[in-house]
Ligand binder design. Structure first.
Ligand SMILES: C[S@@+](CC[C@H](N)C(=O)[O-])C[C@H]1O[C@@H](n2cnc3c(N)ncnc32)[C@H](O)[C@@H]1O
Length: 242
């Protein structure tokens, strides 16, 4: 996707995102890049994962909102290790020029380092980017506590929503780990359900509801997927590459 022309768009919370020509989709919903990242991914995850050191898989890096806002909202005294694949190298290299919200100025030095070296580390934060296919990268990971599942939609970015993909995610996710996503698509929920995940949705009305998946009992609204399966067939996406 290198060299692709990306159109800059302002979302409803004032933050900017991009529209991809290749996928014909925006990197964030019109609700707001910051709002979506915080309410769909970061707040629910940090509300239930209580550890001194947290490993986060950010699928995929894109403009880095999920990674950078995790850093800005890091719980006090907690070390964050963030792992994020991204196939579009030129996008990452150009992020130092992206018009992020003003609050990102505090971590300008981190944005510059990540954009140049695909890596950043200090006492409290480690960020590792992998330039390439997320499906290869996730084979190398382990002990993940949180997965921000934020690829383009299953319709256009199917390889990151398949049974094979989520089977690998299950292997690397800790027992009480959590997956957060904006997707409510039945084939996505079906794959997670078949893999034994409990399905929840977001408690807040500040954003459109997505899906939260975990093996743990969590304080979120339960999705009654058995009831859904009485009305529709359980089918999921398959990776055509394998
Ligand atoms: C919706 S955007 C991610 C938005 C991002 N979370 C953010 O906060 O800006 C999806 C990203 O996934 C990347 N992508 C799509 N398929 C991929 C794959 N198989 N491996 C790695 N990156 C992929 C795209 O290049 C794009 O940057």
């Amino acid at each position: 996707m290198q060299g692709e022309r990306l159109q800059k768009i302002q979302t409803n919370d004032g933050s900017f995102t991009l529209k991809s020509e290749k996928y014909n989709e925006c990197y964030h919903s019109s609700e707001g890049a910051v709002r979506e990242s915080l309410y769909k991914h970061i707040y629910p995850s940090f509300s239930v994962i209580k550890k001194k050191e947290i490993n986060i898989l950010d699928i995929c890096f894109g403009l880095g909102y999920n990674t950078f806002l995790s850093v800005l909202n890091r719980p006090k005294g907690v070390k964050l290790n963030l792992f994020s694949p991204e196939m579009d190298e030129s996008l990452v290299r150009n992020l130092k020029k992206f018009p992020y919200p003003e609050e990102f100025e505090k971590i300008r030095h981190i944005i510059k380092k990540v954009s140049k070296n695909f890596y950043y580390e200090d006492e409290w934060i480690k960020i590792e980017l992998f330039i390439g296919d997320a499906r290869e990268y996730i084979k190398k990971l382990k002990n993940i506590d949180i997965v921000y599942q934020d690829a383009f939609s299953p319709k256009v970015n199917k390889e990151l929503w398949t049974m094979e993909y989520f089977t690998q995610i299950k292997k690397i996710l800790n027992k009480n780990g959590i997956i957060t996503t904006y997707s409510v698509a039945t084939p996505v929920r079906c794959a997670l359900y078949k893999l034994g995940f409990k399905l929840y949705t977001h408690n807040t009305d500040k954003i459109r509801k997505g899906t939260i998946a975990s093996f743990a009992d969590l304080p979120f609204k339960k999705v009654d997927f058995e009831e859904k399966l009485r009305r529709v067939d359980c089918y999921y996406y398959k990776d055509e590459r394998v």
